[in-house]
Design a protein around this ligand. Structure first.
Ligand SMILES: [Mg+2]
Length: 323
């Protein structure tokens, strides 16, 4: 099949474009008739050998994940995802065994997030595989920035942290089949993370927000620096239940995965103290995990010995490797 054949195939695999799409897949560009809301745009890439290993990730997993990581950024801004463009670079001969599964996963993820796939691009390379997705959302209320945290705010975490990193360790040490059988929740978090999407989230009064892609402490530092505040974390409020069995077996520290593991796509946000009950009702599973303080940007936990600072380590593509 040639490129045009594949584009026709892809067109048949994705849902018909929703309201607001004047021209979808198949022309030189997509055309939108946006509503009055501000548009929110983000883009993210998954690179073979950097973000995934085809020994563990199926094409279908990658379809889910490539869209979910973008939806997570849209959600962090307080926006509702609407559209996505998909750009794939793959070697000749790869299309047959990759594209059908990839688009199956991508379409399922798009459908569950009410997001239309409106176009993209297919290119060839010598080897490897690069998946780039661009997502467009509609802002609901004011944009939720990293710079909005205020002293005395409560810090909330919605979604699990450490699961994806622990899942990767399980895959690497046990192999796909055994890891899936023994630690299904952790492996699922690594291979098919879900973005935190809900209408209830969009209507809450939130001061600052970020999604947890590079590790909890790393994201706390982003909020601390952007908002010029101190962030006190209560580690005893983190849920380590699902991490503990693998930590016991491997001799790793569950708390380290929760603090420094990446790729979880939970939402970390701050809101005025006193909103705990309203937020707990709106977002099942949300946890109050810390407090914002006036002062120089910093992140710490309190122990009997006093403040214990937490370093800003985590995943940085152009710095240290994963902690
Ligand atoms: Mg992000």
């Amino acid at each position: 099949m040639n490129e045009l054949d594949w584009i026709r195939k892809i067109q048949s695999w994705v849902e018909a474009p929703a309201k607001g799409v004047a021209v979808g897949i198949g022309d030189d560009a997509a055309v939108l008739n946006p509503s009055e809301a501000s548009l929110v745009l983000t883009t993210d890439s998954l690179v073979d050998g950097v973000h995934f290993d085809l020994a563990y990730s199926s094409p279908e997993d990658l379809g889910h994940k490539a869209l979910a990581v973008n939806l997570s950024d849209i959600a962090a801004m307080g926006a509702r995802p609407k559209y996505a463009l998909v750009n794939l670079v793959l070697p000749p001969g790869k299309a047959e065994n990759f594209l059908p599964g990839f688009y199956k996963g991508l379409s399922a993820e798009a459908q569950s997030a009410v997001t239309s796939i409106i176009g993209g691009n297919l290119s060839r390379c010598e080897k490897g595989l690069v998946i780039c997705v661009t997502a467009v959302g509609e802002q609901v209320g004011a944009p939720r920035l990293r710079s909005g945290a205020r002293p005395r705010d409560t810090i909330f975490l919605w979604g699990a942290v450490g699961h994806a990193a622990a899942g990767l360790q399980a895959l690497q040490s046990l192999g796909l089949e055994e890891a899936k059988a023994l630690f299904p929740t952790l492996v699922q978090a690594q291979l098919r993370p879900k973005a935190c999407l809900s209408d209830a989230w969009l209507s809450l009064g939130v001061h600052a927000s970020i999604d947890v892609s590079d590790g909890l402490v790393s994201e706390l530092w982003h909020l601390a620096r952007a908002s010029s505040v101190g962030m006190e974390l209560f580690p005893q409020n983190l849920d380590l239940t699902a991490l503990q069995p693998l930590a016991d077996e491997s001799g790793a520290a569950a708390l380290d995965w929760a603090l420094y593991g990446g790729e979880d796509y939970a939402l970390l946000f701050t809101a005025a103290a006193g909103k705990d009950e309203e937020i707990a009702r709106a977002l099942p599973g949300v946890r109050a995990i810390g407090r914002v303080h006036a002062g120089e940007p910093s992140v710490w936990i309190s122990t009997e010995k006093g403040h214990q600072p937490l370093e800003a380590r985590g995943f940085d593509h152009f710095g240290d490797t994963k902690a």
